[in-house]
Structures are given as C-alpha cells and as structure tokens.
Design a binder for this molecule. Structure first.
Ligand code: ATP
Length: 245
C-alpha cells in the first residue's frame, strides 16, 4: 500500500495499475516503457492539465458530438489506467469502444473484452467474434478494424497510440484525435486534434465538457472545430514544458 501522504502518490498509483495489468497478461511487453515515456513528459508539465490541452479537449468533444460514428479505440495501457472513465465518456458522447492492439494476440483481446464486461460494458468491438476488415486493404494486424467500428468510423479517439497505427488510420481519411503526453510523438503530429495530457485526467474532463457541449447549438460546436489549429496548439503545448530547479 502506498501512503496517501507520499509525494509521488498519484504517479505511483498509476504505476501499480500498469504492473497489475501486466501480471494479468493483457499488456504488450513494451507497455511499461510506453508508460515511462508518458510519465517523464507528465513530470515536465507539472502533472497538471494545461490550457492548450483544455482547448484541444473542447475541440475533440465537439468533433465527437458532431460525428455520425465516433469510436474510442482502446489498448492495454488505456484500459489499465481508465477503463471506467472510458466507458463513461463513450456513453456521454454516444461513441463505440473498440479494442485495437498494436501487438494483437487472442489472449490479450479475450482478457480486455472480459474486463470491459466486468465493468458493465458488453458491446465492445474488436473482440474475437467481431467482423474484422482491413483499412486501405493492407492485410496485416496493424490495419485491422471492426466493420461497424473503426472501419466505418468518421472520428476516432486514439489515446496512447503508436505512430505506425496512427498513420494507417490517418491515411484512411478519418478524423483523428489523440491523448498523448508527448507533443513530439508522430501520433501527436499526425492527429487532427492532439491532447497533451495524462489519460487519467483527460478522459473525465472530456466527459464533463460533453455534458456542457451537448446543450449547445451545432453551429457553436462547428465553430470550435473549424477555428482550431492543431499545429499551433501543439507548439503552445510544447511551451508548457518548463524545467524549473
Ligand atoms: P510515436 O510512435 O507516436 O512517435 P511512441 O513511439 O512514443 O510514439 P508508443 O510508445 O507506442 O509510441 O506510444 C505511447 C505514447 O503514449 C507515448 O508517446 C507516451 O508519451 C504516451 N503515454 C504513455 N502513458 C500515457 C498516459 N498515461 N497518458 C497520456 N499519454 C501517455
């Protein structure tokens, strides 16, 4: 047990979740490295939600609310850190959830499917019995997508995604939103909306935003999306990294 008074309490709690998930067998071997990279960037931004991240979240939620078939793509790390929160957000913006693993194995898919069921969500896509298609007709596991989910989606939220997979999704012409603590990653640079924040802070915040934006006119949501410049916002995000002694 980590005492709440520990100065790194929140961060250690997340590490514990990743270690537990790894033991349960649904993380890729490189998952801890990916978590560590995120942790380092979180440290550098002071483990807080910055203004550019908030702005990107408003735009992301507006884009999802305006979409016909928005999908939240989940991998092992995202599930380990924010399973319940992802389900809440999906409900709130009326999005589907799809398992999308860079290193896809039947075992990992099975465990993650069960986990969402245990958390009350029975409709997960990308499971073993789902209808799978291939994006851009590239027949490998990195371009696989559920027929009714990512394959036919117009907007996809891809938290903690690898750059190769993000590139395939982008090339398929979809509107891509990412949550990635690294503003320099290929995924952040390639996405239409990049939220530089920790998934554990971003997802609940987005659900709150959704409750607000749902009551607004469509024109206001469209204005938010149209006025957003991701490149500029990423520059502002990067400027939030200030190293103080
Ligand atoms: P890319 O291929 O996009 O250049 P990468 O090689 O770093 O990036 P991965 O390691 O596969 O790609 O992806 C993990 C990404 O997720 C990293 O950029 C990391 O910063 C980010 N990340 C890790 N943990 C979190 C977290 N808790 N919240 C948000 N982002 C995170």
């Amino acid at each position: 047990m980590i005492p709440k008074s520990h100065p790194r309490y929140e961060s250690l709690l997340l590490r514990d979740k990743i270690v537990k998930a790894s033991k349960e067998g649904y993380l890729a071997e490189s998952a801890m490295i990916a978590h560590g990279r995120g942790e380092a960037f979180d440290y550098l931004i002071g483990e807080r939600t910055t203004y550019p991240a908030k702005r990107a979240m408003y735009v992301a939620v507006a884009a999802m609310l305006l979409s016909n078939n928005p999908v939240i793509s989940v991998n092992g790390n995202a599930t380990a850190l924010a399973c319940d929160e992802i389900i809440e957000l999906a409900k709130s913006v009326n999005a589907k959830i799809e398992i999308n693993l860079f290193y896809r194995t039947d075992d990992r898919v099975k465990i993650i499917t069960q986990l969402y069921k245990d958390h009350g969500y029975n409709k997960i896509l990308g499971s073993l019995d789902d209808d799978i298609e291939y994006l851009n007709e590239i027949k490998n596991s990195r371009s696989s997508a559920s027929k009714t989910g990512i394959y036919s989606a117009d907007t996809i939220l891809i938290p903690l995604e690898d750059g190769d997979r993000a590139e395939i999704l982008k090339k398929s012409g979809k509107n891509i939103i990412t949550i990635d603590l690294n503003p320099l990653s290929r995924t952040s640079k390639m996405s239409d909306v990049s939220i530089m924040d920790n998934i554990v802070r971003a997802i609940p915040f987005m659900t709150k935003i959704a409750e607000d934006l749902k009551t607004q006119d469509k024109e206001i949501l469209m204005q938010l999306v149209n006025e957003f410049d991701n490149e500029e916002n990423l520059k502002e995000s990067l400027a939030q990294i200030r190293v103080k002694e």
